[in-house]
Write a new protein. Structure first.
Length: 87
């Protein structure tokens, strides 16, 4: 039985710590952003959305926003169908 490669575990652990540190910094920045209504309008988020994301723990992955523009996906699907039927 071969010994486990500890360097792979160490690399994974260090990468995880770096990711968590980055998330912590980003969420701290979101707290500061929540105080500026002009910037919130620029990025299209509400203060509540920003504060909800900022309050998440650093180990929790970011919440993914779902596009509210269904016409884009419908248009893309229609375009692919047109390409497929023209062959």
């Amino acid at each position: 039985m071969a010994a486990p490669d500890l360097s792979a575990y160490l690399k994974f652990g260090l990468a995880t710590l770096a990711l968590w540190r980055e998330r912590s910094h980003q969420r701290w920045g979101l707290c500061e952003l929540a105080e500026n209504p002009h910037l919130l309008r620029d990025i299209g988020l509400t203060r509540a959305e920003v504060l909800t994301e900022a309050s998440r723990p650093f180990w929790s992955p970011p919440h993914r926003r779902i596009s509210t523009a269904p016409e884009i996906s419908t248009q893309t699907t229609t375009t692919w169908r047109n390409l497929a039927s023209s062959r």
